[in-house]
Ligand binder design. Structure first.
Ligand code: ZN
Length: 93
């Protein structure tokens, strides 16, 4: 018997394409109001998903889509911090 795995799908906030969760990176607004990259997809808080692609990240950060999706304002420091975290994530692929 073949058990089909449920594959949750999410929309990338950069390109608006619907993809499988594992093709995306989750960013979470923590209950404390901070922002973290969540490679496990299990962190608590409001999450947004972006493709594992540099282009989508640049778009979602520079156009403020990430901040809007998470309903928060990103400071310059947080943007820089996120970019470096994401670069680290992307380099693992
Ligand atoms: Zn995308």
């Amino acid at each position: 018997m073949v058990r089909r795995k449920h594959q949750p799908e999410r929309t990338c906030i950069g390109c608006r394409e619907v993809k499988h969760k594992r093709e995306l990176i989750r960013v979470v607004r923590t209950p404390e109001g901070g922002v973290i990259v969540d490679p496990t997809g299990k962190a608590n808080g409001r999450g947004a998903y972006v493709c594992k692609s540099d282009g989508c990240w640049q778009k979602s950060l520079s156009r403020g889509q990430l901040a809007r999706a998470l309903k928060l304002t990103l400071s310059q420091e947080e943007m820089v911090m996120l970019e470096s975290l994401l670069k680290a994530e992307l380099s693992k692929i």
